[in-house]
Design a protein around this ligand. Sequence first.
Ligand SMILES: *[C@@H]1O[C@H](CO)[C@@H](O)[C@H](O)[C@H]1NC(C)=O
Ligand SMILES: *[C@@H]1O[C@H](CO)[C@@H](O)[C@H](O)[C@H]1NC(C)=O
Ligand SMILES: *[C@@H]1O[C@H](CO)[C@@H](O)[C@H](O)[C@H]1NC(C)=O
Ligand SMILES: *[C@@H]1O[C@H](CO)[C@@H](O)[C@H](O)[C@H]1NC(C)=O
Length: 377
Amino acid sequence: MKIQEYYSSSLKITTLLIITIFVLATSTSSKSTKCPFSHVFHLGDGFSDTGNSVRVLASGPSLPPSRLPYGSTFPGTPTGRWSDGLVNSDYVARALGLPNIRSYLPVNNSRDNDGVILSVARSPVLDLEFFESRGVDFPPFAVPLKVQLQWIQSYLDSVCSNSTDCIAEILKDSVVLIGYEDGNDIGYPLSQGKSIREVETYIPFITNATIEGARELIKLGATRVVITGSNPLGCFPYILTALGNSSSFLDYDLSGCLRNINNLIISRNNDLNLATTRLSLEFPRATILFADIYAPVRTIISTTALSGTNPLKACCGIGGKYNFDPNRFCASPGVPVCANPNRSVSWDGLHLTQETQVRITRIIAPIFLPLLKCKLI
Ligand SMILES: *[C@@H]1O[C@H](CO)[C@@H](O)[C@H](O)[C@H]1NC(C)=O
Ligand SMILES: *[C@@H]1O[C@H](CO)[C@@H](O)[C@H](O)[C@H]1NC(C)=O
Ligand SMILES: *[C@@H]1O[C@H](CO)[C@@H](O)[C@H](O)[C@H]1NC(C)=O
Ligand SMILES: *[C@@H]1O[C@H](CO)[C@@H](O)[C@H](O)[C@H]1NC(C)=O
């Protein structure tokens, strides 16, 4: 299933958006979703982290999302989510009719939930050694895909007392999302001065590691896997700020985003989409889908600009053209927050606002619910 092809022409996008928004608006009011599975597992980064990163290290409670204004829109106090409210995995779980999710940490092994979120903010797909050997720094709380896979395995081992039949049964009754939407494997090296040409060489490794992770879970019993592409990092305040001084007028597109960075993301997404198709040919009985998030986020950026708000400025932050300074991050003393986060696309320069996640879900859910054979009842 090549979702990306839907977006190949802007006319098609507009039509699709109008249809999907209409379908959603007319169908969500009183109905609930019933899917042919009862668990969701989500591996990924800050777009889906519901509180793991603040618990990974002893120093976790000193990370920004353990302080206001994180959580200020919802529920009013910080929850460890890198947002003013809920994040992607919350909305995915709700859209699937499986709202009772919880974070993997603190490890609390019980089957009494609709799903477990393994995602940790700022995490890459590739191992930290890969980046160390290339001189790219990651924060110590980053948990690469391979380790998140160990977490899911140890969760299943413990609720199943190591019975492989039981593990296969749970995975068969689940959807697994592999969603490194933040593109940290690309964003960290770029913001630390690596060239586009160098970062391009990482793409085959990122794709292989993602597909290998999916294959491992399928071999354990998973029958539904959704692999998500990355965001348009060329429109993100932290990338625009880091590369702003070395960019010229011609490097920006009409929206003010960095063209070459977004082209790099598009080629990463295309590579992953192709590899996902190959994986689905390898396992024809499994449902293996690629979810494009690039196009929906670009659409949200354009409509936000039309409404008169600068979509390239962080809501919570200070300094420069993009309201972002890595040394004075959101939730640091004296760093202001915009009056209404619902009007902003970017929350802290790296992560999106709750409202942006709501808008992404409105676009994506109507496409994926039928593919996963979920019904509105
Ligand atoms: C562990 O799970 C149980 C059952 O879901 C829940 O009642 C309890 O609050 C959880 N404990 C922690 C520390 O999350
Ligand atoms: C990725 O996997 C393919 C097929 O398994 C292999 O041919 C290729 O060498 C791998 N590339 C990298 C960079 O690991
Ligand atoms: C450029 O460099 C200056 C000084 O180091 C910095 O304050 C600014 O945020 C950088 N980025 C842009 C987009 O101007
Ligand atoms: C933002 O939207 C949420 C609903 O998603 C709402 O509860 C909140 O009051 C809104 N905030 C403002 C400042 O309008």
